[in-house]
Write a protein that binds this ligand. Sequence first.
Ligand code: NOJ
Length: 759
Amino acid sequence: MKYFVAGIALMAASLAFMAQAQPAGRPNVTAKADALLGRMTLEEKIGQLAQIGGIAFVPGSPKPEDAIRKGQAGSILWISKPGDINRLQKVAMEETRLHIPLIFGLDVIHGFKTLFPMPLALAASWDASLIERVHGVAAKEARASGITWTFAPMLDIARDPRWGRMIEGAGEDPFLGAMVARAQVRGFQGNDLTSQDHILACAKHFAGYGAADGGRDYDSSYISDSELWNVYFPPFKAALDAGVSTFMSAYMDLNDVPATGNSFLLQDVLRKTWKFQGFVVSDANSIGDLVTHGFARDRKDAAFRAFTAGVNMDMASGTYNENLLALVKAGRITEAQVEQAVRPILAAKYQLGLFDHPYVDEERSKAVVGAAEYRPIAREAAQRTAVLLRNEGGLLPLSKDAVKSIAVIGPLADAKRDMLTMWSGFDVDASTTVTVLEGIRTKLGGSARVESAAGVQIAKQFRSMFEDLFGMKSAEPWTEAQARQEFSKAVDLAKRSDVVVLALGEGAMMSGELASQSSLEMPGRQQELMEAVAATGKPVVLVLVNGRPLNITWASTHIPAILEAWHSGNEGGNAIADILFGDANPGGKLPITWPRNAGQIPIYYAHNTTHQPEGGRGFSSRYWDQSGAPLYPFGHGLSYTKFAVSNLKIANTQVKLGTPVEVSVDIENTGARAGTEVVQLYIHQRAGGASRPVRELKGFEKVGLKAGEKKTVRFSLGKAELSYWSSASKGWVLDAENFDVWVGQDASASLHAEFIVQP
Ligand code: NOJ
């Protein structure tokens, strides 16, 4: 029996929940901005629209001091030392006519000085309060240094792990991505930007950067309208609802129109539909690059197109300073449009309280930045983001008493810089970062012999310009003889140890910007090393230190315990040791579907059903050489205890369109120790105005339970959860239809119920 598809447009309702929440004090700061605008010359207004690179990465960029003095800088990029910030701010405050302070912007991605797990790992915590806390610390340290703006969070949904920047986002899912986005914005911005603890956040890269062709960084994205609205936009909308102050336009072409010159994105969606009140910055040099794209004729045309598309601030291309005045004089843009672009920038400066407190307290910064009190938060975050992928025979946790000798093997065993990411700041001091080896040594405190061997080296075939920019040297490659010797040393060490911890994965610069990879194979001879170590017959725990899912298909049947530890930050090694020896119980859950190999890409759980689904009439879209199933489903992650999900109930199995469906389920810790589990709810709409994904996450709750404890978790499925954007009707619809619900511990959950939405 099918209820008819109502296909009711929800435009009115959607519009109501689309206007951006007004940050506290907004009308007030806008009035102040207007008053200031009234005193500014056109040139001064245009100057506010430029962000000048503190480091000249575009040849010929002006020196920041000169641009500031000339009134051609509203913001400075990539300066992070309080002394430098004060020096430049002084030029703005003392040597310009109107004494308008500068905003200092930096990529504060997973911490400023205290480094936390990488963003994708934070998403694996499925824990909003943890994410908020972590970004709160990052904001506090950054602000104490004089940074008032971070280019984060990155909200790009990514379904291709070859793309290096998957590491910076929350993974493949819009619902989880939206939760993470809200938490990040709250953490960075808090409730009061004038407090010395918060900074402006920037929702980037708007939009579609994560869908780059082939996972190649910067490549074009082709995204259907329904995917944009249903998959790629929701985290941005969530950030906007949480009051995010700024957006960044993306680098790539979106459906052939570069995002930085894309008025559909920046005007129609962001301003007209969502009523965004803040300002948009371009990505670095992306306005100038409109010419490179073959979109703008020249730099003047680029400035015109970006400006009229809705980019308020030019990040470092110089095109606005060069051309906007001439464009106004030629009557192609108006001074009123310039004012409109400047207003939210000035408002943000008032919001930050910069006119009253333009300088940073250098003494205070010494006390706040890198304070010891943040290290336990970094450790807790690393514990809670690790995902236990496999634990055959309960090999983990290891017993501190029983283990008398342990071999910590692999190129990531004792690699401080690789516990971090490429976005760990410019002057990264990795010396206080705890490696896997160090964490284990400290944990065992002499009660066991702990020895280490790298076994193999890993290196990128092509360095990126970031390694040069950050002054990073490539390690001297081993000679063949050395390589043989180091390999055997590692295997011999495994032979004479009780247990082996294999720390394999990727270097810090193997993911991130300009760090896409053609395959998911572990770099170098790591696979060979793993097989040789496993052949010793010793119990082996694989600890992955990496930014993206790698091909661990062999390991998934040959290595009994696998812990995905990611690039876990300063306290990573301690947290890993806590987990390996049972002082922490892992509770992280994959924010991505884990492929068996790169050929399965794109693979994500919320795909549509084909006309010949696997297990159907014998046809299917499966490859002949590979299962269609991922290695690990989205949401997967084990614990040292066991949980049972039961008693799935729907209070109202037949509801009128628009009435929320109330779901409840019991979760019980049936094991012998306390732990956390993420109860996940997925829905599927069986028919409608458009085909809908086989499953979509529409609710989850992270629950902590003592041994034997049981709780009831409740979910409400309302309009927001049940409606979708339909390409058939070009708008939001809520169909009167039959729905399936599954609740469980990952995207393959089998506990099932159904409900009917009636017209
Ligand atoms: C380019 C990156 O795409 C963007 O994410 C970053 O914020 C800017 N550079 C500034 O560092």
